[in-house]
Design a protein around this ligand. Structure first.
Ligand SMILES: CC(C)(COP(=O)(O)OP(=O)(O)OC[C@H]1O[C@@H](n2cnc3c(N)ncnc32)[C@H](O)[C@@H]1OP(=O)(O)O)[C@@H](O)C(=O)NCCC(=O)NCCS
Length: 179
């Protein structure tokens, strides 16, 4: 929710709280790691991996803070072979404040950065066992005025040796609306 140019989340008691979107630093990696632990839908990466994201990939990753606590996280990078594409790796919103626009806000915040000024497409992979992610990206595509396409990307048998569900690539773009 945006009010007078600032972002807010709606608390269960109906009060609005200020949210801050920022570039992460190494100091945030452990908090990100703990937030992801609250999202069983997501793979828990090593803390070292989160440290790399919060340092080497900080220009395209976004942290959401509420009263100093990390409540949202977007890990993303521009694809080396396709720099106009922002690849969204993980997106996590604290369970208590979902469905208040924070997830979309994280991506919009990344797209507004100088590091993403030439981004025309967003890609992400989803599993069919997590329908929320498909609905989320469909809503994002609608808001960005962009078509969305889906195709098998990492196959359960061929790539995961049967250990994980197949991942489908969602391609959103070209983006028509400014974020
Ligand atoms: C997926 C996730 C990041 C969405 O974050 P969020 O802040 O709740 O999403 P938003 O409030 O920005 O909602 C954006 C859109 O997605 C839709 N959406 C979000 N969660 C939904 C749900 N559980 N069921 C149906 N639609 C949902 C919203 O209705 C909204 O659509 P709208 O613009 O038409 O209103 C959050 O649910 C989450 O952290 N889930 C656990 C981690 C996960 O599964 N991540 C994978 C995503 S790739």
């Amino acid at each position: 929710m945006v009010h007078n140019g600032q972002r807010f989340s709606l608390r269960s008691d109906g009060q609005l709280e200020r949210l801050t979107f920022r570039r992460p630093t190494k100091i945030h990696a452990a908090d990100v790691w703990e937030l992801i632990a609250k999202c069983p839908q997501l793979d828990r990466n090593s803390l070292y991996c989160e440290l790399l994201l919060c340092s080497d990939f900080a220009d395209t990753c976004v942290l959401a803070e509420r009263a100093g606590a990390v409540v949202g996280w977007l890990s993303a990078y521009r694809r080396p072979s396709e720099p106009a594409t922002l690849f969204v790796w993980q997106i996590a919103v604290h369970p208590e404040i979902r469905n208040t626009g924070l997830g979309k806000g994280l991506i919009m915040s990344a797209l507004k950065r100088r590091s993403c000024q030439h981004v025309t497409h967003i890609k992400a992979t989803v599993t069919l066992s997590n329908p929320t992610s498909g609905l989320f990206f469909a809503a994002l595509a609608r808001d960005l005025g962009a078509p969305i396409q889906q195709a098998l990307w990492f196959d359960r048998q061929a790539h995961f040796k049967g250990r994980y569900d197949s991942e489908y690539l969602l391609a959103i773009g070209p983006i028509e609306c400014s974020p």
